[in-house]
Design a protein around this ligand. Structure first.
Ligand SMILES: Cc1cc2nc3c(=O)[nH]c(=O)nc-3n(C[C@H](O)[C@H](O)[C@H](O)COP(=O)(O)O)c2cc1C
Length: 383
């Protein structure tokens, strides 16, 4: 896979960040690749998609003859405490699929996804005796008369990252971008609805629901231990997990927080409170909070919600906005119900993310998260 030699400022050195050095090819260069290389190129973008706790659970198998990529989940990367029924992993897989589909459209290929039937009960954290990989969906590619999407969408995949910072509440989302986000959601799946909230009283309520969700989970010992396992030191070269600096934490603060969550160091009540409060402030300061709600909470809708989320995140990146995801509010039942009440909907909120521009401009320059090598997430045929 081709990589650039001049990385962007927010891509740290080291092999754990090589995935971000993928080069956006000109269309003529892409056309000269064989089908196998083209599909591998799309897989490189699927690797850049956001995943819960940066677990990178997606596995891909390329089939040149069928011109398809099979997307699977590695159950060993489904988290027992924060994702017992695999919802977050499935949404993450949807985001990975979105990058493939959108990249294909930009390079002149149509992509069609088919979710595999009856996999829902298998999308669970793996027990020792379980088959670890579960195949979830296949995306097939066909030539289009001409590309239907600008290559800037592919560049946005390389620039996109979560920015978990306080946003500048004075910045408003342009109504035309807001209505594009609604059409993106509808075009992914008719069973999804987008609620885009930007009025101060509702943002205040959402901030409180989020704080309730975060303080509930962080005070559960098992959840805190699991989160600690997925936090890594700022100078780590591990390919998975989240560095404290991605949350705006210094080297020391990141280590202290991880040790506290792991139970091997002190974690003061006001430190856990500050963690939950950060989400609240984040919500309140946002230009908008987006809630993707689904008619049904099943694999099909979870994949679609992940696809819609990623497509919106890329559109917002192109418009100069950052996003930050908040899964607590979708996973913890009481705040999720409160959210439904506030939105006056019977649909299930599956994805909640906030949109804005950082109040402190330096926050938008925080480094990218790490990724494994493409070879580590590609499966050989027959495996
Ligand atoms: C389904 C899903 C749920 C997530 N939930 C949270 C969350 O609750 N809080 C948070 O800070 N980040 C959350 N994230 C962001 C991931 O931690 C982030 O995508 C990952 O660390 C990779 O970083 P990147 O998106 O900047 O590449 C979530 C991402 C996904 C896809």
């Amino acid at each position: 896979m081709e990589v650039t030699t001049s990385p962007a400022n927010d891509v740290p050195p080291g092999s754990a960040f090589d995935a971000w050095r993928v080069r956006v090819l000109e269309r003529a260069e892409f056309d000269r690749l064989g089908i196998g290389e083209q599909l591998e190129y799309f897989a490189a973008f699927a690797l850049l998609a956001p995943t819960t706790h940066n677990t990178v659970p997606q596995r891909m198998r390329i089939d040149r003859d069928q011109r398809s990529i099979e997307f699977a989940l590695d159950r060993r990367a489904i988290l027992p405490q924060s994702d017992a029924n695999g919802r977050q992993a499935t949404i993450s897989l949807g985001a990975a699929i979105a990058n493939t589909v959108l990249a294909a459209e930009a390079y002149g290929l149509a992509a069609a996804m088919v979710a595999h039937p009856d996999v829902e009960p298998l999308i669970r954290p793996a027990d020792v005796d379980d088959v670890p990989i579960v195949s979830v969906a296949t995306v097939s590619f066909d030539a289009l008369a001409s590309p239907v999407r600008d290559l800037s969408w592919v560049s946005a995949m390389v620039r996109r990252k979560m920015v978990r910072a306080e946003f500048d509440e004075r910045v408003k989302l342009d109504p035309s971008v807001a209505s594009e986000l609604a059409s993106i959601t509808q075009s992914v799946h008719a069973g999804l609805a987008l609620h885009l909230i930007s009025d101060a009283p509702t943002l205040l309520a959402l901030g409180k629901f989020q704080e309730l969700a975060d303080s509930t989970v962080i005070n559960r010992t098992a959840f805190a231990r699991e989160l600690a396992e997925w936090l890594v030191d700022n100078d780590s070269d591990q390919p998975l997990g989240m560095r404290g600096r991605e949350f705006g934490l210094s080297d020391d603060a990141a280590r202290r927080f991880r040790h506290g969550l792991a139970g091997i160091g002190p974690l003061l009540p006001d430190e856990t409170a500050a963690f939950a409060k950060a989400g609240n402030i984040g919500m309140r300061s946002s230009s908008a909070v987006a809630v993707v709600a689904a008619a049904r909470d099943d694999v099909e809708h979870r994949l679609a919600a992940g696809q819609a989320f990623e497509a919106m995140a890329l559109r917002l990146t192109l418009a100069g906005f950052n996003v930050a995801m908040h899964a607590g509010i979708t996973e913890v039942e009481a705040p999720n119900l409160a959210l439904r009440g506030r939105l006056r909907t019977f649909s299930r909120p599956l994805v909640v993310f906030r949109v804005g521009k950082p109040l402190n401009i330096a926050d938008s320059e925080r480094p990218h998260s790490s990724r494994p090598r493409l070879a580590d997430v590609l499966r050989e045929s027959g495996t």
